[in-house]
Design a protein. Structure first.
Length: 242
């Protein structure tokens, strides 16, 4: 592979990164705040590859009357292994294939027990919500944690959660979301046991309303639960992670 062809491969890599960032497909891999870093990285790759190819072309033109061929009939530019062409395969896959976000299969491989928070959340976040009143929209990851560790502030209140359906054992099911710290490599499943309603299909996105329920006790900890009063199928959000 000649040097100018290698540069073209790097251009493809940069273009793929830019395409991911501009089409919102990047949300399947990283958090929203990383969009501008991806755009910058893709642009830098493209600029450096083009600059390198142009510089190499000028150098050959200045030093050889026929820069495309060496005396033995073979190209003598900086050669790369033919295996480098394999880099093109995942690049085109990124441009053509629309990969799904992590879902129920990933959640089922993790425990539904939520870790204890570093600091208590306090009660101010529920100040405008009366017990038994209008459901409070809440992120699944927040409910999964505070329904276990802030019981007194949650009791008697109604909540609204949006997530995908994860089947459990013995007919149980969970409203789930995957939380990211940086990217999908560190994705953590947050799961809330849904009680009182039959399970929708696996991976179906739903918005559920219901009342706080006593957590389910397990050997490895307690699992947040919600007594469901309503289930509505919804379209997955653009950013499926929390």
């Amino acid at each position: 592979m000649r040097r100018n062809v290698a540069g073209l491969v790097v251009v493809f890599v940069g273009a793929a990164v830019v395409q991911l960032a501009t089409s919102n497909t990047y949300l399947r891999y990283v958090k929203p705040g990383m969009r501008w870093m991806l755009l910058a990285a893709g642009a830098v790759l493209i600029i450096l590859a083009v600059a390198d190819v142009l510089a190499d072309t000028r150098k050959k033109t200045a030093t050889e009357p026929n820069p495309d061929h060496s005396h033995d009939g073979h190209g003598h530019g900086h050669l790369l292994p033919r295996a480098a062409w394999l880099l093109v395969v995942p690049i085109f896959a990124l441009l053509v294939v629309d990969p799904p976000a992590l879902g129920a299969d990933a959640a089922q491989r993790q425990s539904p027990v939520a870790a204890k928070p570093i600091a208590p959340k306090g009660h101010s976040w529920l100040a405008d919500s009366a017990q038994g009143g209008t459901p409070v929209p809440l992120a699944v990851r927040d409910y999964a944690v505070w329904a276990v560790w802030e019981k007194e502030s949650m009791k008697g209140r109604n909540f609204q959660l949006t997530g995908f359906v994860t089947p459990g054992k013995n007919g149980t099911w969970y409203v789930s979301r995957i939380g990211l710290t940086c990217c999908v490599a560190d994705g953590t499943a947050f799961m809330v046991e849904a009680r009182g309603q039959a399970a929708p299909p696996k991976n179906q996105w739903v918005t559920v309303t219901g009342e706080w329920a006593e957590p389910t006790k397990r050997a490895d900890g307690d699992v947040a639960a919600l007594t469901i009063t309503g289930v509505r199928n919804v379209t997955p959000p653009a950013n499926q992670y929390e």
